[in-house]
Unconditional design. Structure first.
Length: 376
């Protein structure tokens, strides 16, 4: 199964490479060092070579990890350029040589790296932008803690300030983002086995960065970032008429306290079952304005808003005498799949014959793909 997934991943990226003149951009993202991003990039490089793709290494950092280093064999390497800085000889990725060599795909590790002073670009992600503009596709890697918007959260979680960062817009330009995921136990086992750092650094790492609670929080951030990228990609690339809409629930409540409580609680359970976002909507008509509604009803309404928020709902309050139109408008704006209402205190025949709002609602949603659920 894992091999099939890897083959599918390579095939998808192969299709991306052939579509456009601007290079395609694929990023492997992980929660920390040692999850296997560089290893997976090199595995993919071998697979692409077997498919006749001209792929070369622009910059790679194996950190002397034996298994990763072994994968370098057979992959063409573009030599780094040497720079003398403050009396020391340093090496940087040679962007000029990459663009002149012009492989179809180039591997560029350490996306958040800060270049040596005097380089054309201050950051490696800027080098990657130049390479992409030259029509060369790039496979790169970065850890979640290097994302600019995560900076404060990461420092709070780890207690370590992150100086090398990339702007969020760089991931937004990526054609594909792949999360390299491990459990906290698996990552710590890799560390203890000497597969991440030299054995002299293991105890210190276990006492600082590599603590289970920290790893779990970083893992959650990485998973959320990849999910966000996927949602954005679906929203942009898939036509609305063929898109599978995720379930979204709209709970419509009034000042009727008992019915409102039922609608909120049952909609919360439905949303929890489907792991879906949900909204509580209260449409305030003129008869329920602040100077006309009884104080006890106001108090119950406020308590119901509070309960809905605690259960995870977004609460929307709208002043309008056009109740049906307001419900339909909010449902369209929020891409609601299911509208939930309380059971009116009449039998169904009386509702259809006498209740204008319910009748209008039935007619309005019959022309859409939105479901109506009456909660008893």
């Amino acid at each position: 199964m894992e091999e099939d997934n890897k083959t599918d991943s390579v095939r998808k990226f192969l299709d991306l490479v052939k579509k456009s003149r601007r290079g395609k951009f694929k990023v492997y993202i992980g929660m920390s060092a040692g999850v296997g991003k560089t290893y997976r990039m090199l595995q993919e490089a071998h697979a692409l070579l077997k498919n006749g793709i001209d792929i070369q290494i622009g910059y790679i950092e194996t950190h002397n990890r034996e298994e990763t280093h072994a994968l370098l064999e057979g992959i063409p390497l573009i030599p780094r350029r040497k720079i003398f800085y403050k009396g020391k000889e340093l090496e940087e990725m040679d962007v000029h040589a990459i663009i002149n060599t012009h492989p179809e795909v180039v591997i560029v590790d350490e996306l958040a790296h800060t270049n040596v002073e005097g380089s054309k670009n201050g950051k490696r992600w800027q080098d990657v932008s130049d390479i992409l503009e030259a029509g060369i596709s790039v496979i790169s890697a970065v850890n979640i803690q290097h994302l600019e918007s995560m900076n404060q959260d990461i420092e709070t979680i780890t207690g370590i300030p992150i100086t090398e960062r990339i702007p969020d817009k760089i991931l937004e330009t990526a054609d594909e983002i792949v999360n390299i995921d491990l459990t906290a136990d698996e990552l710590i086992d890799r560390l203890k086995a000497g597969k991440i750092y030299d054995k002299t650094k293991i105890e210190r790492a276990l006492g600082n960065f590599f603590q289970p609670e920290r790893i779990l929080q970083l893992r959650e951030l990485a998973l959320k970032e990849v999910a966000h990228h996927l949602e954005r990609k679906i929203s942009i690339e898939i036509p609305k008429q063929i898109k599978l809409r995720p379930e979204r629930f709209l709970a419509c409540i009034s000042t009727n306290n008992a019915t409102a409580k039922t609608v909120i609680r049952k909609t919360a359970r439905l949303a929890s079952y489907y792991r879906s976002p949900w909204i509580v909507l209260y449409v305030q008509n003129n008869h329920e304005s602040g100077d006309r509604i009884k104080l006890d009803l106001q108090r119950h309404l406020i308590n119901n808003f509070k309960m809905a928020t605690e259960l995870g709902a977004e609460v929307i309050k709208v002043k309008s005498d056009e109740v049906t139109q307001t419900i339909i408008r909010i449902a369209e704006e929020k891409e609601i799949t299911t509208i939930c209402i309380g059971k009116p205190h009449l039998n169904l025949f009386q509702i259809i014959m006498r209740t204008a709002i319910f009748n209008q609602l039935l007619k309005s949603i019959s022309a859409t793909e939105t479901d109506l659920v009456i909660l008893s």
